[in-house]
Structures are given as structure tokens and as C-alpha cells.
Design a binder for this molecule. Structure first.
Ligand code: NOJ
Length: 563
């Protein structure tokens, strides 16, 4: 495989609303980001992925776009955006923008036109159907609860929205839609950006006929992923996008692709014949989901054996065939230290262990803002403190329609809410964590006096300094980027261990995913003549015999094995 800059890069995701507020309106903004560029440079990241900053009524915090070529008023001006981009480029940091084109806002001029009449030129930009016996055209559920269809009285038809009713799905079957999207992509690329993260890009082709999800005869709406992910024309649309846009620029493209398999991902990310640099897969994000209809909470315990199986399948599945993205968190997911680690007494150790896990696999790592501090989930006492549309809808549906006890519903919110990731970035111990001098749009996590950037910079043992080292190691050791991954100790219930091999260069990664002190026995077939510790989250005796170790809680070690 050829080497490309996006393979060697580490990406940092900014959720602008929660990153840094420069003007005291309580909402993060572009000038706030500009003020923190040296912080990003200090961390050593190569690329910023910026969640949407376009004009939006903010039904879904910017993932509902009403003007693709304008900056959201609360975030600043186009001149601010240009200054931000220049500031990044001056520091050697590239910028990847979010591309949200499965749907627009219902306030986008295309939709405003489309809903006016059945013969409006923009009507066919969206997916319209007549009702069935006075009901929705099919039984598809929206990701945010309820039906995926909204009735529009003006023309007596329903429109499709896989997300909120203010996010109508674009009709990609219409070549004019594709032409508009490709044009707006070129518009941003010509302004100097370095790539796109493509929101739910594998949902743009729907199964013709939009069939019902087979279900026992009840009137519940059903998740219809099999009819809208990886649909029949997806690859054709992506190839057209590649031909019309992507192939003309040297850029990073990452597709958000729920339900995608390694085989599909390999096809999409193959360097010669694929269309995108990499995709975000979701299998490891579903390991703690309980999808059984009887489940009240939707949450279950996850098992290390499942994590090993899933990650190994992706590592081996794309090796030499495509390219992985590596992530444990983003703006839609709970904080990894609360989910896969221990956000209590081993917060620092487990955050570092998870960081090691992430950065030592083959692929391009993505760090979500605050992950480098070991920021944790939040547990607001009242649903009134939550802001996320998905959280609020799910809570209402659970309590009002399914009769679930409000206290239990709130516990689920604590574990799963997307707002866990969206509390403001914790910069220092001053009021509102230094995020704003006004009132933040969502409350700060009360642990900010101890978990914050100022503390992390001053403490040589912080998660931040450990992440810096992980990022630096990747630059110094191409085995971390390109080496083959091989799982060892497949069945160990607490230890996740693997090797990475590139020519004669070989690393051993040992991770204790528990708060206990399990014994590690290196399998005999992993032979070596000497070893050197590259990174670890505890003090280690260099002379220790690494064939047999007793690991400390959430211990992580990476060794170079000499042949
Ligand atoms: C995925 C985004 O990450 C999420 O935040 C958003 O709500 C949906 N797509 C809809 O755009």
C-alpha cells in the first residue's frame, strides 16, 4: 500500500458549540477556536475535524443545515472562518469540515420551495409519498424516535426524515441533487480545506419501494437500517462523487457508516478502487447496547471478548485492503473513560490505557475534544438540564409512551446521552471551566475544578501529556501506523494484548482492561532477544522479565521487541 499523509495523521475533533466561547453568549465560536490553536499545536495533532459550522436553526446542533455556504451566526463570520483556517495552516494543522448531505434543514431554501407544491422544481429534491390508509407511507422509525415520516398538509403528502422532522432527507436519485452537492463540496475545497467527514453517508441510497420492515402486526415504528444503509446505488453515488470532486484534490475523506461491515468498508476505502480514505464503523460502539424488545434500559454490560473479536475483525479485515479509522469517542457517544474504563479511582490510569489501545492499532486515530484530559460522563439531576434532541425525545418516549419509571429513564440518559460528550470543554478551574464568561448553553461538568487543561498542562503525569507522547510515538515509529496487527491471548478475560509487525520491527501491546491485577503470560511463539519500553502508564522496572507479568489496575505497556 502506498503511504499517504492521512494515514500518518492524528485527527482532533472539535464540537464548536462546546469548545470555547469568545464573546460570552454561552455558545462556543470560531474566535474561541482561534484562541486555542496553540493548544492543539502543543498536543501535536495534524488535522482538525470541525463539526458543522454552517447556518442552521440548530434543531440538531448544526447537523440541520439551512445554508451550506454561510457560517452560523452564533459561531462568527466568514472572515473568522478564513482566519481560523489560515491559523491552522500556519501551524501545520489541516482542516476537515463536516459534510451533512443525507438531509438538509427544513429551513433550507430547497425544502422551503419543495413543500410549496407538487410541481415545484425543487419537489423532487426530497422524498415525498402519499399516506397509506391515513397513516405514514411505511413503518420506518426515525433515529430520534417516532415515525421517519412527517405529514405536510399543504400538499397532503409525507416527507421522509431519518432524523428529526426538521431534517428532511435529500433524494439522491435526483441527479440535480447530486450536482448541487458536488458543487458545494468543490466550493469549500477551493477555499482551501483539506477534506470532509461525511455524515451518515452510507444512508444516501434507499431501497426502491421503501418497503416496510417485516414485523409482527403492531403499530410500532421499526428501525429500517437494512433499507437505507449501503443501499443499491451507494457505491455508484460515491464513485460519481469521486470522479466529480474527490479525485481532483489531495484530501482526507471519512464516511460515517453505521452498520457497515469490514467487507463493505474494504470496498469503499480500497486505495486503488475505493472512494473514501476511511470510514467510521460502529460495531464497537454497540457492544453495550441491549436491543432486545424486552429491555427497559437499552444498556447492557459489554464484554472484553466481544471488543477483541470486533476490533480484530476490523484490523484484519482492512489490512492491505482498505484503511481503518480509530475512535472511542465523538460528539454522539458517551465518554470512553466512563464507558470502557473507570471514571472513579482509576480515571487517569484507565484513560491512558484506552488511549494506548486506540493509538496502537492500525489506522488513523481520532481524538474527541476533552478525551485527552480524561473528561467523564456527566449525570445531571434533572432531564431539564439536557439539551440533545435525541436524548429528550427518547426520554419522553420512554416515560410517556412506554411507562418507564422516570428515575430509570434518567439513569439511561446518564449512561447513554450524547450530551455526555457535549458538556463544555474544561479549560481551567475558574467559573464555567473557563469555557465562557457568560452562561453556557449546557451546564459544565461539575468535576471541572480537578479535570481541566490548566491542571493537565502543569501535571507531567496527566492524561494530556500521555496523549502527546502517543501522538509523537506514532510519528517516530512507522510500525505503529503501518504494522500488521495480531491478537494474542484471545481468551483472556481481562487482558487485551496484540503485536504489531512491520518488517523486522515488532511491538508488543499489553492492556489490562480491569481494575484487578491479572497475570500476563506471553505465549511462547512470540520470541525476541531483547525489549525496550516505548510507553506505559505506570513506573516499570526495565530489567523485568516480560514473559510473566502481574499487571496493575488498567495498566498499559508497549514494548519494542528486538529480534
Ligand atoms: C450523525 C451525527 O454525528 C449526529 O450528531 C447527527 O445527529 C446525525 N448524523 C444526523 O445528522
Amino acid at each position: 500500500m502506498t503511504k499517504t499523509w492521512w494515514k500518518d495523521s492524528v485527527v482532533y475533533q472539535i464540537y464548536p458549540r462546546s469548545f470555547c466561547d469568545s464573546n460570552g453568549d454561552g455558545v462556543g465560536d470560531l474566535r474561541g477556536i482561534i484562541s486555542k490553536l496553540d493548544y492543539l499545536k502543543g498536543l501535536g495533532v495534524d488535522v482538525v475535524w470541525l463539526s458543522p459550522v454552517y447556518r442552521s436553526p440548530n434543531d440538531d446542533n448544526g447537523y440541520d443545515i439551512s445554508d451550506y455556504r454561510a457560517i452560523m451566526d452564533e459561531f462568527g463570520t466568514f472572515a473568522d472562518w478564513e482566519e481560523m483556517l489560515a491559523g491552522m495552516h500556519q501551524r501545520g494543522i489541516k482542516l476537515v469540515m463536516d459534510l451533512v448531505v443525507n438531509h438538509t434543514s427544513d429551513e433550507h431554501p430547497w425544502f422551503v420551495e419543495a413543500r410549496k407544491s407538487k410541481d415545484n422544481p425543487y419537489r423532487d429534491f426530497y422524498v415525498w409519498r402519499s399516506g397509506r390508509d391515513g397513516h405514514e407511507p411505511n413503518n420506518w422509525a426515525s433515529h430520534f424516535g417516532g415515525s421517519a415520516w412527517q405529514y405536510d398538509p399543504a400538499t397532503d403528502e409525507y416527507y421522509l426524515h431519518l432524523f428529526s422532522k426538521k431534517q428532511p432527507d435529500l433524494n439522491w436519485e435526483n441527479p440535480m441533487v447530486r450536482a448541487e452537492v458536488f458543487e458545494l463540496m468543490r466550493w469549500w475545497l477551493d477555499r482551501g480545506i483539506d477534506g470532509f467527514r461525511m455524515d451518515v453517508i452510507n444512508m444516501i441510497s434507499k431501497t426502491p419501494g421503501l418497503p416496510d420492515v417485516p414485523a409482527a402486526s403492531d403499530d410500532r415504528y421499526r428501525y429500517a437500517g437494512q433499507y437505507f444503509t449501503h443501499g443499491p446505488r451507494l457505491l455508484e453515488f460515491l464513485r460519481e462523487m469521486k470522479q466529480q470532486v474527490l479525485s481532483r484534490y489531495d484530501i482526507l475523506t471519512v464516511g460515517e457508516t453505521p452498520l457497515t461491515t469490514p467487507e463493505q468498508a474494504a470496498e469503499i476505502t480500497n486505495e486503488a478502487t475505493g472512494m473514501l480514505s476511511m470510514v467510521f464503523q460502529f460495531e464497537h460502539m454497540s457492544l453495550d447496547a441491549d436491543i432486545s424488545p424486552a429491555s427497559a434500559s437499552g444498556v447492557s454490560a459489554w464484554r472484553l471478548s466481544d471488543l477483541k473479536r470486533v476490533m480484530t475483525r476490523w484490523q484484519k479485515g482492512l489490512e492491505g485492503r482498505g484503511w481503518n479509522s480509530l475512535y472511542l469517542s465523538n460528539h454522539d457517544q458517551p465518554r470512553p473513560v466512563s464507558r470502557f474504563g473507570d471514571d472513579g479511582c482509576y480515571r487517569v490510569e484507565s484513560a491512558k490505557m484506552l488511549g494506548t489501545f486506540l493509538h496502537m492499532q492500525q489506522g488513523t486515530p481520532y481524538i474527541y475534544q476533552g478525551e485527552e484530559l480524561g473528561m467523564t460522563n456527566v449525570a445531571f439531576a434533572s432531564i431539564a438540564d439536557y439539551r440533545d434532541i435525541a436524548t429528550l425525545n427518547m426520554y419522553r418516549e420512554a416515560v410517556e409512551e412506554r411507562g418507564i419509571d422516570p428515575q430509570l429513564a434518567l439513569k439511561v440518559v446518564h449512561a447513554r446521552s450524547r450530551d455526555n460528550a457535549r458538556t463544555p470543554m474544561q479549560w481551567d478551574a475558574s467559573a464555567e471551566a473557563g469555557f465562557t464568561f457568560g452562561t453556557p448553553w449546557i451546564k459544565v461538568n461539575p468535576n471541572y475544578p480537578t479535570i481541566n487543561v490548566q491542571q493537565a498542562l502543569a501535571d507531567p503525569n496527566s492524561v494530556y501529556h500521555y496523549y502527546r507522547k502517543l501522538i509523537r510515538l506514532r510519528k517516530e515509529n512507522s510500525v505503529i501506523v503501518h504494522g500488521a496487527y495480531d491478537l494474542i491471548l484471545d481468551d483472556h478475560p481481562e487482558i487485551y494484548a496484540f503485536t504489531r509487525t512491520l518488517g523486522d520491527d515488532r511491538l508488543l501491546v499489553v492492556l489490562n482492561f480491569s481494575g484487578a491485577t491479572p497475570r500476563f503470560d506471553l505465549p511462547g511463539y512470540v520470541s525476541f532477544s531483547g525489549h525496550e519500553l516505548l510507553i506505559g502508564n505506570y513506573e516499570v522496572n526495565p530489567a523485568e522479565d516480560i514473559h510473566h507479568l502481574t499487571l496493575r489496575p488498567y495498566e498499559a505497556r508497549v514494548y519494542r521487541l528486538m529480534q
